[in-house]
Design a binder for this molecule. Structure first.
Ligand code: ADP
Ligand code: ADP
Ligand code: ZN
Ligand code: ZN
Length: 755
């Protein structure tokens, strides 16, 4: 290494996606924020160019043997990338990992806790794997460490108001007359005409629970070739472990009614074997600790003493403290990671990396403030700086002014989206950015809070006695025909209230969230909005060719790639690889289909048009109406054929919103719609929401963004804190009332924001 190497990552001639052949130096060992309007090219630069190339080069350092087992990343479209570090991407991909993955396993805190129990737990269960539900030594044998097991609902299997002759056993295999029925009705133990409810206790016990081989039936009835056993004992033995799919028709219906999946009756959901459950520290088992909210766990762990475990306890406290700093104190270690939101997942990954000893890495974050209340943004910023101070380069795609303000360096992309973006329009510090002539600079300067007239509701949707998750018997009203924001710190209970209750009392409510769209590999904006059908009809009508010729998954589609334009190679335990189809050159359609043109463009050209270009091209009102809706939600820059898997969460949500604009008048639930949105995009979103209200919709928006909160007609604030310290409505009223009367966290930040 020479001392003359500039301490920057040099990017030269970057052209990935919409990037316009840009050169940029990313300073190392600094906190660098990349910003710009949605679609301006931030992800193309940060993820698709810098992070992708780092990962690709890292793969090449492995042996040929290992390389054969790793995905081969396509080389990004860039002339030169110099002085890269090894990259760690901390994104909002939800944590999968299946039912064995929990907050404890993923954060490594679970492993430390097990170590602690193996040292000082009384009585000791063994070494530390005896406390692990993912290890045969520690897992509950009944549910194999899943915490969930199939159980028989007794009252569903047995109709206690009937006699055996009347079909008291409801599973079809035990219907009167069958040999399984005879094993009871003809056993000689029971009067087949007596209702089960009238059996004396000992007889009932014999009927239900008797173990096999302990009772000889007086009638000698041995219809089944085995000795007598109780009905539940037999049902459990023969049927319980079977999959519902292995039954058909009435059997299957009955099975699904009788067998429910619920908490394992043996370990009560703790997943652990008896020795691990019995081992205690200060009166609590590891299962008790795993079930505690992290903020309570931290208090409990801090009280554990013992000379030989002092360093371990300190280390655990540091990790738990970090979880709390990131606003995750309301989670418990036993929470399945599959139930966490994208923002929560990203912050947990962050905790893991904060504990890492690696230095000189390149950490890349994708909008880490997602899901965070303004109260917690400053603490998150401090942790990003801490990561930098350990000798790493921290590169963050972010729109939050509070994070920009603490950055060492800011790269602003734009000015617009898609073909009108892709350039570096500002680089430097935050003070400079606030003066810059860019959409970001402008957004930071203007006061967007012109007073808005508040709309009057025309009725209320009542939620009564809600107790979902942490909610404490919440009753509240949601005004119809206006916009309500539901606010509160992360974990206070916003989703529990809105997603857990509103759809029940308001069955026509639709949830527009950022989750992936089903079958999205084969879908694109043209198919998702139903526009493709209209387009191929236009082509069929004006060329006289069959409409199937203009449909990628029909006769017109390239057979090599099934009309996708790309080939997907799935890899067993890694992200799959996408390569452009060599047969059609990524054009999706056969040469024959491409011979037909309408107004100078063929069908493959249309798939490559952006929404904006298509608006100039098409004249048919049915089509332009759909295109205008895409324009209105700010997705001008998407191409009609772009696969939906290339869309960010925010783009997916706005695409769903565009479809919703076609059928206004319903109750619409939006979960953090500002995710991925730049300051300049937010006023546009507000305009869009206003239009939905004007068209008769009711909007319920879960949101932290203060511009959106200020624009609402009504606020329901949940808190005061998270988890068991939250779950109550602490304010309901208009934004004006909130700034005057309320002292909640949201009220304080709203006041400051509007000052
Ligand atoms: P940002 O991160 O700033 O929102 P992106 O880098 O995701 O912007 O997108 C920049 C442009 O590149 C947009 O026009 C987007 O539609 C396009 N784009 C992004 N990914 C792909 C892709 N996989 N295929 C085609 N176009 C893409
Ligand atoms: P918010 O939407 O305000 O972030 P949530 O409604 O997601 O809050 O969470 C409120 C409380 O309910 C938290 O303590 C959280 O851990 C708990 N909770 C939410 N979802 C689940 C779930 N699927 N399983 C168990 N607990 C949950
Ligand atoms: Zn169990
Ligand atoms: Zn092809």
């Amino acid at each position: 290494m020479t001392t003359t190497t500039p301490d920057v990552i040099r990017v030269r001639g970057a052209r990935q996606n919409s990037l316009r052949n840009i050169d940029v130096d990313v300073p190392k060992h600094q906190l660098v924020v990349v910003t710009g309007v949605s679609g301006s090219g931030k992800s193309s630069l940060v993820f698709d160019t810098i992070a992708a190339e780092s990962a690709r080069q890292l793969n090449q350092t492995f042996s040929a043997f290992a390389q054969g087992r790793l995905p081969s990343y396509a080389q990004p479209d860039v002339d030169l990338l110099e002085n890269l570090s090894a990259v760690i991407v901390v994104d909002q991909q939800r944590l999968s990992g299946g039912p064995r993955s929990t907050v404890g396993t993923i954060s490594d805190i679970g492993a430390r806790l097990r170590l602690l129990f193996s040292r000082v737990g009384e009585p000791a269960a063994g070494y530390s794997h005896a406390y692990s539900f993912n290890d045969p030594a520690g897992m509950c044998p009944h549910c194999q460490g899943l915490g969930i097991a199939a159980t028989v609902v007794e009252s569903e299997l047995i109709d206690f108001s009937r006699s055996l002759n009347e079909g008291a056993i409801t599973f079809p295999a035990f219907k009167p007359g069958t040999w399984l029925w005879k094993a009871y009705a003809k056993s000689g133990f029971f009067d087949p005409d007596m209702k089960i409810i009238d059996y004396p206790t000992d007889l009932r016990e014999l009927f239900l629970h008797a173990p096999a081989g302990e009772h000889t039936p007086p009638a000698g009835m041995d219809a089944v070739g085995t000795s007598y056993e109780g009905i539940l004992t037999r049902f459990n033995r023969i049927y319980l472990q079977r999959e519902p799919d292995s039954f058909k028709g009435a059997q299957r219906e009955a099975f699904e009614r009788i067998v429910s999946r619920g908490l394992c009756p043996e370990c009560h959901g703790s997943r652990l074997a008896a020795p691990a459950r019995a081992s205690l520290i200060n009166g609590k088992s590891i299962a008790d600790l795993n079930a505690m909210q992290i903020s309570d766990l931290a208090e409990h762990v801090a009280k554990i003493d013992g000379e030989n475990v002092a360093p371990l306890v300190t280390n655990l406290c540091v990790h738990l403290e970090r979880m709390m700093t990131l606003g995750l104190g309301y989670l418990s270690l036993d929470r399945a990671t599959s139930t966490l939101s994208g923002g929560e997942a990203q912050r947990i990954k962050m905790v893991r990396h904060l504990g890492s000893a690696l230095a000189d890495m390149l950490y890349v974050f994708d909008e880490p403030t997602v899901g965070l209340h303004p109260r917690d943004v400053a603490a998150l910023g401090q942790l990003l700086l801490a990561l930098r101070d350990r000798g790493n380069t921290v590169l963050v795609v972010e729109h939050d002014p509070d994070i920009m303000a603490i950055a060492d360096h800011i790269i602003d992309l734009g000015p617009g989206a898609g073909t009108t973006g892709g350039q570096i329009i500002y680089q430097g510090d935050y003070a400079g950015l606030t003066q810059a002539d860019t959409p970001t600079g402008f957004g930071l300067r203007v006061d967007a809070h012109a007073a808005r007239p508040r709309r009057e509701p025309h009725g209320w949707i009542d939620i009564v006695g809600a107790t979902t998750n942490n909610l404490r018997d919440v009753s509240t009203g949601i005004p119809r025909g206006v916009m309500t924001t539901v606010t509160g710190v992360a974990g206070s209970g916003k989703s529990s209230l809105v997603l857990g209750n509103l759809p029940t009392v308001e069955p026509d409510a639709v949830v527009i969230d950022q989750r992936p769209i089903r079958g999205s590999r084969r879908s694109n904006p043209a198919t998702f909005t139903g526009m493709l059908n209209l387009i191929r009809d236009v082509f069929a009508k004006s060329t006289g060719a069959p409409s199937g010729l203009f449909t990628p998954n029909s006769i017109g589609g390239c057979t090599a790639c099934e009309g996708n334009g790309v080939i997907y190679t799935d890899l067993a335990f890694m992200d799959g690889v996408v390569t452009s189809c060599e047969v059609c050159q990524g054009r999706r359609f056969t040469p024959q289909a491409q011979e037909h043109t309408v107004a100078g463009a063929n069908i493959a050209d249309v798939f490559e048009m952006s929404v904006k270009e298509a608006l100039d091209y098409f004249t048919q009102p049915k089509i332009t109406r759909v295109l205008s809706r895409l324009h209105d939600v700010g997705l001008d820059y998407l191409t009609l054929g772009q696969t939906l898997t290339s869309l960010s969460g925010g783009e997916r949500q706005r695409l769903k919103l565009a479809n919703e604009l076609a059928t206004p008048g319903r109750t619409i639930i939006l979960d953090e719609p500002t995710t991925g949105l730049h300051l300049a995009d937010i006023s546009r979103l507000v305009g869009l929401l206003d239009r939905l209200i004007d068209a008769g919709s009711t909007l319920v928006v879960i949101e932290h963004n203060l511009d959106i909160i200020a624009a609402a007609d009504w606020i329901i604030d949940i808190g005061p804190e998270a988890g068991h310290d939250g779950g109550q409505v602490i304010f309901e009223g208009t934004p004006d009332q909130m700034t005057v009367d309320s002292n909640t966290h949201t009220a304080e930040h709203l006041r400051r924001h509007l000052a």
